[in-house]
Structure formats: C-alpha cells, structure tokens
Design a protein around this ligand. Structure first.
Ligand SMILES: Nc1ncnc2c1ncn2[C@@H]1O[C@H](COP(=O)(O)OP(=O)(O)OP(=O)(O)O)[C@@H](O)[C@H]1O
Length: 304
C-alpha cells in the first residue's frame, strides 16, 4: 500500500508542555483518517507543520513520499487544505476569490467549482467580509475541493456548518473516498468521524494516545451489555471478580464482551441477574473514554 502521509517523531514545542511531541503516524492511499483530541491537544500545530507554515524542531514527514522542501509545488498541486481559521481577502467577492485561486493553480475549467458552489448552496456573489461564518466555511470548502486534489487535509471542516450542510459534507467525503482520494481531517464531531473515517489518531497534550480502526471500535461498541443484578450484594460480588465491567450505576453494570458470549453467559449464570440488555450506543462514549485515557495506559490500546 502506498503511503501518502508519513510522519516520524514530529516535535514542535511552545514550552510549558504545549505543542506536539514525538508524533508518528502513517496514512495510506485512499484512507480517510480522523485526527481527534481535546481542545489544545496539538491538532492544528501538527497540520500546520505538514503544510510548511511552521517548522518542526525534531522529526520529519513526507507527503506523497517526498519532503516538502524538495517538492513543495508538486505536492501542493495535489493537495487541498482547509485551515481551521480561514483568512480570506475580505474585500473580494466570493466568486472572484475562487476564480483567482483557480487561476493561481493554473486551471481554467470552472465546471467542478460551479458544481461545488451549487452543492453547498453557496451564494458566492457577495463580498467575503459580509458573509456569515457558515458561508465563509463553505467558501473554504469549495476552494479546498475545487481542483480535485488527491490528498485533502482538513482542519475542523464542518465548524460553523448547519446540520444539513454537515450531512452534505459527509456525503462528499464518502464520494471522494470512492474516487480514491486520501483524507486527513481533524474534527470534534464524533458522528462525522464515525461515518467517514477508516482509522483515527487520538492525541492529547501533544502526544499520541492511540490509533484506532473505526471497524474495531464499532465492534467494541456492539459488544457492550447492560447487566442488572438482583441486589447490591450480587453486584458487588460480580465487580470483585469481573474484569469486563466498565461502568456501574445502582444495580446495573455495563460490561464489554471481550470473549465469546457463551462464556460470559456461563459466568453470569452464577449471579442473580434480572436483566441483560445489548447497548445501542454510538461511538461517542468510546471516544470520550479514549480521550480520558492517560498516555501510559493508552500504550495498551495502540494498534501500531
Ligand atoms: N504560536 C503559538 N505560541 C504559543 N503556543 C501555541 C501557539 N500555537 C499553539 N499553541 C499552543 O499549543 C497547544 C496546541 O494548540 P493547537 O491549536 O495545535 O490545538 P488543537 O488540538 O488544534 O486545539 P482545538 O481543538 O482547540 O482547535 C495549545 O496549548 C496552544 O495554546
């Protein structure tokens, strides 16, 4: 499999334990790769280094197998980037700005650009300075996708978009994946990540917590059960002996089945249980659990 992004030991420190430290990961061609972490975790700092806006103090990275300082123009021709905070030429009309960027890229065919404007229901005729936050975000998205890049690096792409537009964005990402594009995106929307990504990289305080496959995470979610015990004594007895319990509340215990269901049922049959319920929950709780994991514990769940 071709590696489109390779990052090795990337480090950029702003002091006081802020920045990105010793970060390594790889993204393969055609992958949609989510980048998650709490506020201030270092997502934007990582992305800005990949674009060459800030420089790492240690470590290196390659895009399309090449270093940025060797092949910047070549790399950026095939790259679409959406910044977290977009800075436009505010005095321009939206459409003029898009045409200008298209020309800078040496392109003349405006067909796909116009399709995207229609798709995102963007009125690009007005001045950018008068546009709402959501309109500016749509303008940024059109600008990022309009040259049909092979690699998309997106920093919180749906920030400011309404739910309908968020759904359209998800559909567009799925389409780009079908077309073979590689996508690296930071997000705070677990739904967006769940619906689009193959794998996720989770960082906290600038350090890698874990790399997870979405399918594996979904598998974990589908094996979470709520077990209710007859009384507190029974629940206590179970908690003393069982390692699968993840949360406990009143007479209920949430367990994640990591072995065959039969074995768990056999074990539960030795307790006075009043109810067993398969939990229909999204990945959200699992993501939050992963956020709360500390770096040392997380070594165990890292898949690399
Ligand atoms: N130029 C800078 N000078 C000093 N500190 C900085 C600078 N840029 C970022 N930081 C700090 O580095 C840390 C990581 O910031 P970064 O913007 O990368 O986080 P993030 O994961 O993108 O957060 P968010 O989800 O809030 O957008 C933060 O503590 C931030 O305050």
């Amino acid at each position: 499999m071709t590696k489109i992004i390779e990052v090795a030991n990337l480090t950029k420190s702003y002091g006081q334990n802020k920045g990105v430290f010793n970060l390594s990961f790889e993204i393969f061609e055609g992958e949609v790769y989510g980048f998650l972490g709490p506020n201030g975790a270092g997502k934007t700092t990582t992305i800005r280094q990949l674009l060459g806006f800030i420089f790492p103090q240690q470590g290196e990275f390659k895009l399309f197998g090449k270093c940025l300082n060797e092949a910047e123009l070549e790399i950026k021709r095939d790259l679409g980037y959406l910044p977290g905070e977009i800075v436009f030429f505010e005095h321009m009309r939206g459409i003029d700005f898009l045409n200008y960027i298209l020309e800078l890229r040496g392109l003349t065919d405006r067909t796909y650009m116009m399709e995207l404007i229609t798709y995102f229901e963007l009125d690009a005729s007005g001045y950018i300075k008068k546009m709402s936050k959501g309109m500016k975000q749509k303008l940024g998205l059109v600008c990022c996708f309009m040259h049909q890049p092979k690699l998309l690096i997106l920093d919180e792409p749906t920030s400011g978009l309404d739910p309908l537009m968020q759904k359209k964005f998800i559909d567009l990402i799925k389409q780009k994946k079908r077309e073979g594009a590689t996508i690296f995106m930071s997000s705070h929307s677990f739904e967006e990540i769940e619906k689009t990504c193959d794998r996720v990289l989770i960082i906290k305080e600038g350090r890698k917590l874990s790399i997870e496959s979405i399918d594996e995470l979904k598998n974990k979610v589908s094996k979470t059960y709520l077990v209710s015990f007859k009384d507190l004594e029974e629940k206590r007895r179970f908690l003393l002996n069982d390692k699968d319990a993840i949360t406990a509340d009143n007479l209920d215990v949430m367990i994640r089945i990591t072995t065959e269901l039969n074995k768990v049922l056999l074990k539960l049959s030795t307790y006075d249980v009043t109810k067993i319920e398969l939990q229909k929950e999204s990945l959200e709780r699992l993501f939050i659990e992963l956020y709360e994991t500390n770096a040392l514990e997380s070594e165990a769940v890292t898949h690399e």
